[in-house]
Ligand binder design. Sequence first.
Ligand SMILES: Cc1cc2nc3c(=O)[nH]c(=O)nc-3n(C[C@H](O)[C@H](O)[C@H](O)COP(=O)(O)O)c2cc1C
Length: 434
Amino acid sequence: MPPKKLHLAWFGIAGPGGSAGDWKRSVDGYDWRYPEIYQDIAKACERAKFDLVFFADQYGIPQVYGGNWDHPLKAGLWSPCHDPLPILGALAACTRRIGLVATLSTTFYPTYLLARLLASLDHFSRGRLGWNVVTSTKKSAALAFGMDDLIEHDERYNIADEYLALCKALWSSWEPDALVMDRDRDLFADPSKVHAVDFKGKYFRSQGVLNVPASPQGGPVIVQAGGSPRGQRFAAEHAEMVIINKTSVEGLKAYTTALRGELVRAGRDPASCKILCGIKPIFGETESIARERWEAQAAEATVETGLITLSEQTGIDMSAYDLDSPLPAGLKGPGMQSKLPEYSRHRPATLREIALNEARHDNFPIYGTADQIADRLEQAAVEGDADGFYLRPGLQNIAYVIEFVDKVVPVLQRRGLLRKEYSGATLRHHLFEY
Ligand SMILES: Cc1cc2nc3c(=O)[nH]c(=O)nc-3n(C[C@H](O)[C@H](O)[C@H](O)COP(=O)(O)O)c2cc1C
């Protein structure tokens, strides 16, 4: 059987870091505040023929853990964080092929404004744009935008369904050949191919037309990350790619089986949505060097970092729970609802174990030589039925990216697990090339 070709992505936030001490790791004069670090990461990933680079985003400073933002601010954790859109503009200008994905919230962005921004960026990148559709899970963000509280979890997805319907109507308001720019005919655009939108939904209304013509992809690639049953139904309806975190290959397989089932129920081909799982493989010239490096990194993770991350993601203040006991069964917050059940898949983990796992960002530990990493990725993709992986080393860890590109990628390519060249120019092409 030919090897299973993987889709690869880099994942990060445009800020000092998501792990303890990330902000101190900055090297070679790079500074998260300025474009060079983002540009050099994207260029390295493009050299390795990755499908895309991905920017997560959030609003406000984490403040669920302990009810204040002292811990995350002192640790430089998850905040501050640049808006990803200007960064994608800077990346569009210095790369030619790699896909560029930004996270934007359907709860806070006015629909027309977002549809227009993304249409422009799809033009600027010549068809390399993706949108990670989030509904936002943080009360602090709701307060910052002048709301009294977060909208209820499933209702946020109902709103997002309609939000996407309006965006798609706006993106298709110009037919692909409406922009003529024909000097001989003295015709700039053909009015018969520009159609008014008259959208009256339960949550949104819009009349008029987008003032950006049809973009190269006709709209960005839709990416999504919701893991709850409602989140999966949303993905099955709209997503062309999902990103997930799983702590075992069995957990990955359970998720991919469920999502592919939802895709079929939604009348779609189960392969029409690419599923990428988060990993952070640690490379070493020998297995024992890799293991030492992995252990050194694992030792850097602090329980507090994990608790801050977990509190923020779930919307539950973890400072209220005993570190050495499992969390109460069925504990549910306003945020990510698939997170905690994942940790009781095999046996209920203690809060300390969960926190350390969150702080390490390595869902199922992978370390070894380039060949061992390739073996493990291939096995996880085949057994877990994943389409690929995204690397989450942390923005400051550009040295990790360069090492992965120089040492591991050539082996993946030699073994037929990764493309050696791009065969197309758009993100949608990369994702569905194989
Ligand atoms: C890998 C991954 C990345 C995510 N990135 C973001 C992000 O950048 N911004 C955000 O607001 N939510 C992000 N989320 C949260 C999801 O979009 C979603 O809102 C959350 O998982 C709650 O939905 P659920 O209960 O359906 O899982 C991410 C989730 C996962 C699993």
